[in-house]
Design a protein around this ligand. Structure first.
Ligand code: IPE
Ligand code: IPE
Ligand code: MG
Length: 254
């Protein structure tokens, strides 16, 4: 190999993956700071965040991605003032109401990750409508993590697995990682290849803690409302220059 990317780009000097990702997950962070910086209410930042989401879903389809998962409300976000929680719920509703028809026609399959517990009835109805309406689509997967926490998801999956064992549908000794994954909200989907977090924070905040075990982490300084197609492409380029080893040796080192 004569033109290996620089060590700074790959992080290890090994050969780049060069592959195109199937699945990108995004922690859409920085709406509040975007608004604060402009002297605007946080809710305006969230509104602009929905526009960024719309752009990003479109960009993800255009660049040929198969699955996009976005973190839109965490189980910890209930700690925010009730007015902000309500604004975030309202925005999810508005997004689904406005975009569902178009997404359904484009062949997008929508899945909402997270617990349904604690969600108001109108949101539950909309979630069901979005999932039912797009259940047979397979051109693109859009997963919206809403009322989602990684630990809650793993715990719920463990309970579902325990019930399956109790009911004799499986046995504890049969459950391996692949079988357990099927109990998660992402059952049937591949793990994310790339996990992007915007806004310059360096943590997972309880997002996809099982699924992101080997995701390439890409932290970007951009605040979410400013995110666009070129940021998505930049993340893909960063990923393609990285070498994924999955615990093995560099392909050049054997
Ligand atoms: C992300 O933006 C949206 C949600 C967490 C719901 P934030 O609201 O966290 O924005 P910052 O981090 O305060 O800037
Ligand atoms: C993570 O962002 C949750 C979402 C983007 C929905 P937060 O802003 O809630 O995370 P922390 O509090 O900074 O860890
Ligand atoms: Mg935040």
């Amino acid at each position: 190999m004569t033109s290996a990317p620089s060590a700074a780009q790959t992080g290890n000097g090994g050969p780049a993956t060069e592959e195109f990702p199937d699945h990108i997950a995004i922690i859409m962070d920085g709406n509040g700071r975007w608004a604060n910086g402009r002297g605007l209410p946080r809710a305006v930042g969230h509104e602009r965040g929905v526009e960024a989401l719309r752009r990003t879903v479109e960009a993800a389809q255009e660049i040929g991605l198969k699955t996009l998962t976005v973190y839109s409300f965490s189980t910890e976000n209930w700690r925010r003032p009730v007015s902000e929680v309500n604004a975030l719920f309202g925005l999810l509703k508005a997004y689904v109401k406005r975009d569902l028809n178009r997404l359904a026609q484009e062949g997008v399959k929508i899945r909402i990750l997270g617990t349904r517990q604690g969600l108001p009835d109108d949101i539950l109805e909309l979630v069901k409508r979005a999932e039912d309406r797009t259940a047979d689509n397979d051109a693109f997967n859009l997963c919206i993590a809403f009322n989602y926490g990684g630990r809650e998801e793993v715990l719920r999956a463990a309970k579902a697995m325990a019930s399956a064992v109790e009911e004799g549908r499986t046995s504890a000794s049969e459950v391996d990682e692949a079988a357990f994954s099927e109990f998660l909200d992402t059952g049937g989907l591949p793990d994310p290849d790339i996990l992007i977090r915007t806004s310059g924070e360096y943590r997972l905040s309880n997002f996809l803690i099982w699924q992101a075990a080997y995701a390439e982490l890409v932290f970007m300084d951009v605040l979410w409302p400013d995110f666009g197609k070129h940021h998505l492409l930049e993340a893909v380029e960063t990923y393609r220059k990285r070498e994924r080893r999955f615990g093995g040796l560099s392909s050049g080192a054997a």
